[in-house]
Design a protein around this ligand. Structure first.
Ligand code: DX5
Ligand code: ZN
Length: 213
């Protein structure tokens, strides 16, 4: 299992240190939650802070946009050269066009689905993207309860991916811990995002990351 800790659960008073700790602790990607206070009822960080994160990180960035005006935010973050930028399908009128734009900027495009959105909604985009991010909580906050129906969505998505683009990764975000990670793996999930489990683990970040792996 690849692990992408979410820095939303980090201590922003010592952000660089907390980013270095997950990289040293064996993570695969640094998951960055960008919220605009419109698409979701919370507001997080912009390119100034994410630039500091990217300087501290020794692993590639996985930027999860939870915003209106996706295209504008893609332009803001593209100069930081993240590995992935994902946007919510529920908030995009022209997802195919935006995928081409992200790819054209040299970034791997990914699409995020809210807990109620069926995988079939993006069947005809799978051939053009490198990852699907399935939300297992309502986007907006860390530390929420895992919504178990994501397992069935992952299984259904896996079937579509095998048919349309077997290289495409499946990522799950929200409420992931050492209890539900096995079921996610069995359902075909490649990458888990974990915020509170990693940053608040009583035995530390490295133990938390290896437990998920
Ligand atoms: C929620 C974010 C998640 C969140 C995960 O909108 O996308 O990345 O921070 O945090 P946990 O693992 O605590 O649910
Ligand atoms: Zn996220």
């Amino acid at each position: 299992m690849l692990v992408a800790p979410s820095i939303l659960s980090a201590d922003f008073g010592k952000l660089a240190e907390d980013v270095k700790a997950i990289c040293k602790g064996g993570c695969d990607f640094v998951h960055v939650d960008v919220m605009d206070g419109h698409f979701v009822p919370n507001l997080t960080i912009g390119p100034v802070v994410v630039e500091a994160v990217s300087k501290a990180a020794t692993k590639p960035l996985d930027i999860h946009l939870m915003v209106e005006n996706n295209s504008f935010f893609v332009d803001l973050f593209a100069p930081l050269k993240p590995e992935f930028i994902s946007f919510h399908i529920e908030e995009e009128k022209h997802p195919h066009r935006l995928v081409q734009k992200i790819r054209g900027l040299g970034i791997r495009p990914a699409i995020t689905l809210n807990p109620h959105t069926p995988p079939e909604a993006i069947e005809f985009l799978l051939g053009d993207i490198d990852m699907v991010l399935l939300m297992s909580v309502n986007p907006g906050f860390g530390g929420q309860k895992f919504i178990a129906s994501v397992i069935e969505r992952a299984q259904r998505l896996k079937v579509l991916i095998e048919k349309r683009n077997p290289q495409c990764l499946i990522e799950v975000d929200g409420g992931v811990n050492d209890q539900n990670v096995k079921a996610l793996k069995a359902a075909g999930v490649d990458v888990v995002v974990a915020g509170s489990f990693v940053y608040k683990h009583p035995e530390g970040i490295e133990t938390a990351i290896s437990a998920l792996k």
